[in-house]
Design a protein. Structure first.
Length: 229
């Protein structure tokens, strides 16, 4: 009997054809979404790799210092190739900027705007120095090496010019306001404040056996005495 004479066979063929058409339509509909999914997955993997490289560099900068850290060291600790490091960070400045941003998120700078609300300049100075010195104590391992190596690593100096020194100027500007009498109109107050907030001043005072609080109070007294009439 021919297919035309067998309705059951014809129905089966038609059903199979409809099923194939439906399957094909579903496959074609799925194609546009599969590519964005792969792109998203690849982007996440790339971001994870970049994060590993950044964290590895931060760890090495805190132990060896930027000058003592090579791309091979970073690649080995991150579990990637040197070329992968360069793909993510074409220049040393790119890498140091990413490291600085990552590190600062974990050790945020003391906020000068909080000190600006204190009217008495002497009280403001003591509180600011205390908070700043305590932060120095928490970050000495990294900050000391970075400031030291800026003299020999151009990329580090460049990042400090963009991030650290503007912050220090903001700190001094915040502490300048409100002083009256004595030598407060010239450069002496600015110079005294720059000295008081400097990392090396903190290191010298605490290295002499003073606590952060005692060092802050002594530095504040020295500033006040330096501008007295």
């Amino acid at each position: 009997m021919s297919i035309e004479a067998r309705p059951d066979i014809t129905l089966g063929v038609d059903h199979l054809s409809s099923w194939k058409d439906a399957l094909y339509s579903e496959m074609m509909a799925a194609k546009p979404t599969s590519r964005p999914y792969r792109k998203k997955k690849r982007a996440l993997q790339e971001e994870e790799t970049r994060q590993r490289i950044t964290e590895a560099a931060v760890e090495l900068h805190g132990t060896l210092g930027p000058a003592g850290t090579g791309v091979s060291d970073i690649a080995k600790l991150a579990g990637v190739s040197r070329m992968t490091v360069y793909n993510h960070f074409p220049t040393e400045t790119d890498l140091f900027m990413a490291c600085s941003t990552h590190w600062a998120a974990h050790y945020p700078f003391p906020e000068p705007s909080a000190w600006a609300a204190i009217d008495d300049p002497a009280e403001r100075l003591v509180i600011a120095l205390r908070e700043l010195y305590q932060w120095y104590g928490r970050t000495e391992g990294m900050l000391g090496k970075v400031l030291r190596d800026a003299a020999t690593v151009t990329a580090v100096a460049s990042v400090l010019d963009d991030l650290w020194w503007p912050y220090m100027r903001k700190v001094v500007d915040t502490l300048l306001h409100g002083w009256a009498g004595g030598r407060t109109d010239g450069n002496e107050l600015t110079a005294a404040l720059r000295l008081a907030v400097d990392f090396d001043t903190w290191r010298l005072l605490t290295g002499s056996g003073l606590s952060d609080d005692s060092a802050a109070k002594l530095a504040a007294r020295m500033v006040t005495a330096s501008i007295a009439a």
